[in-house]
Design a protein around this ligand. Sequence first.
Ligand code: PLP
Length: 411
Amino acid sequence: MSGASLSPVLKQATPVVVDHAAGSWIHGTDGRRYLDFTTGIGVTSTGHCHPDVVAAAQEQCTKIIHAQYTTVMHQPLLRLTERLGDFLPDGIDSVFYANSGSEAVEAAVRLARMATGRQYIVTVQRGFHGRTVAAASLTTAGTKFSAGFGPLMSGVATTPFPDALRLGMTTDDAVDHALKEFDYLLATRLSPSELAAVVIEPFLGDGGYLAVPPAYLAGLRERTARHGALLVLDEVQAGVGRTGRFWGHQHTDGLVPDVIITAKGIASGFPISAIAAPEAIMAKAWPGSQGGTYGGNAVAAAAGVATLDVIEREGLVENSRVRGAELLDGLRSGLAGIDQICDIRGTGLMLAVEFGDPTANAGGPRAIEAARLASSVQQACIDEDLLTLTCGPTGSIVRLIPALVVTADEV
Ligand code: PLP
């Protein structure tokens, strides 16, 4: 017996090993208590081990843990579907379940191709959609997510993000520029009649915690509708109250997408994900084309119902808005005048502090120095019992992702 150890790819961003956790706090096996502003990368929305979520999962374990959903349906999934309907836009009335964000992205890509009979998926630069092959094919948030295991899926094209900070433009000009680039892509590299869908996060997550300007989303909505393509919003990180609205796209007035992808915060840490679309679109996927053994697990679904109940009852979407604004104010005043910081931004509880020069070449010495700074700040935070994460194409951004239950004191 030689024993086993964790794969080297499981190298941790922090030295913490959890003993137990509650609310916004993680108690390490080192006897220290950490304020957790990582929340399992935006997953433990109602905080760690919310009593209602724990109770719902425990109770479900005594009834049935697993029934494969195309064989035998279970009540928690029916209840979760009904409950999700309370939060989905009018007309988006059909829901399919998987386990992770990446699987839901795969399901959305498959649905878009089947529903339109077209091949091409357009994604936005710096987007992150996961690590399975289709999801990684849509991901340009950093080379580490896809380099070295190609060839990736064909039929994917990328269009520039309206990145005002890096383009040195006003937001309006950046949007105008990015929409022209999108039109140019459809006029040159692929025909509109080949376009199945545009897939975009309403707030870029791993790509840098950047809000997508509402005018850009509205422009994509108009163009996809005009070309008979779908607008697929990847709300895996921005959804479920993270940005101070239930869905990230609700910051764009009147926007109704064709498909919404959700995961992470929806079940407070239990693995479940979903795509939601109008029944007429969802019905274009034939039985057997979507699904899996574990999708829509009964315990995860029960935790999902409890999570949505807690979010509503405890007013956590509003708490995200209010606490997020306080945290942003505090960061902006507390960190004012530090030369190495180029931007402090956030919407709701999706906040970021960016280091270095945003126009520096990725891979160049200035980008490497900015990433080193972000990483050293993250380490310094750990010394102060605060857990944060880094992100962005070069790792130069420290991101703060508190639980939606975070209190004013904790902020
Ligand atoms: N989409 C977005 C926007 C994400 O942030 C993530 C994960 O961080 C994913 C998809 C992939 O989700 P998962 O890691 O659960 O596969």
